[in-house]
Design a protein around this ligand. Structure first.
Ligand code: PAF
Length: 273
């Protein structure tokens, strides 16, 4: 496995590859990321995993500087998983000058995660488009845990006519249901015990929807204990575009974001009713 830090080394390494698959990450890899590598392998002989903590997608009060950077461990895991190339550019390689050209992705960037984290999706779409140009993959894969991110990136690929097939992988969970996330490591032992309550709340809402309850009735079943949790949002949306569902819509998604202490968790569940 090659570990590359510059665009010129990357271009040189990939020049003869007939097809490339990209797994974009910010590092601090967990089993969910490794699952993405394994799932994308059948789609191209060369899998590139990018590791870059993207300052552009963090707000001023967010955890950019304390975001865990664990390149050595990440590379060991990627090698075992059969990744061919790790692209881990330093900041001045990704952004050699201030990034004044950015991607403003769809109106969806101002809702849900975007409403709580203004500018977040502009930062995500900008770095992902830049990674697409750097790596020039035929296929890229993202996790459904970041449902809104995946939808926004799919829209970007479609509207900018990028020649890339975008795959979305199911969320990987701990045995107690907690969605794997690099941010789980911020949880104290007591918070870690409570953390699966977010998934349980989403499940309760999903069950109610399947039983024929309206989104509003269903959401009443999914309330998190306000003495421990600070809920940013818990909503039912149309799966296809995150629009407000009509009674005719069958394919829905329940999305939740809530804080336990200083750790913010997000999760979602798709529902077919
Ligand atoms: O999902 C992530 O880890 C990041 O948002 C991504 C897609 C790697 C862009 O920095």
């Amino acid at each position: 496995m090659d570990i590359l830090h510059t665009l010129s080394a990357l271009r040189h390494r990939l020049a003869q590859e007939p097809a490339v698959a990209l797994v974009p990450t910010m590092g601090n890899l967990h089993d969910g990321h490794i699952d993405l590598v394994r799932r994308v392998q059948p789609h191209a002989p060369c899998v590139v995993t990018s590791i870059f903590v993207n300052r552009l997608q963090f707000g001023p009060q967010e955890d950019f500087s304390r975001y865990p950077r664990t390149l050595e461990e990440d590379c060991a895991r990627l090698k075992q998983a059969g990744c061919a190339v790790v692209f881990a550019p330093p900041e001045n390689e990704m952004y050699p000058e201030p990034q004044t050209v950015t991607v403003d992705p769809s109106p969806l960037q101002d809702e849900l995660e975007g409403a709580i984290r203004p500018g977040h999706f502009r930062g995500v779409a900008t770095v992902v488009l830049k990674l697409f140009h750097m790596v020039q993959p035929q296929v890229a894969i993202f996790g459904k845990k970041d449902y809104q991110q995946t939808l926004i990136l799919r829209t970007m690929v479609r509207q900018l006519a990028l020649p890339i097939t975008l795959l979305a992988a199911e969320t990987v969970r701990a045995p107690d249901g907690l969605a794997l996330s690099s941010r789980n490591r911020y949880l104290s032992p007591a918070e870690r015990q409570r953390a699966p309550e977010l998934h349980q709340a989403l499940k309760a809402v999903a069950e109610a929807l399947k039983q024929g309850k309206t989104p509003q009735e269903s959401l009443e079943r999914g309330q998190l204990d306000p003495t421990c949790w600070r809920t940013d949002y818990m909503v039912v949306r149309r799966a296809q575009d995150l629009g407000a569902p009509t009674p005719e819509d069958r394919s829905l998604v329940v999305l939740g974001a809530a804080r336990l202490g200083s750790t913010r968790l997000i999760d979602n569940l798709e529902v077919l009713r």
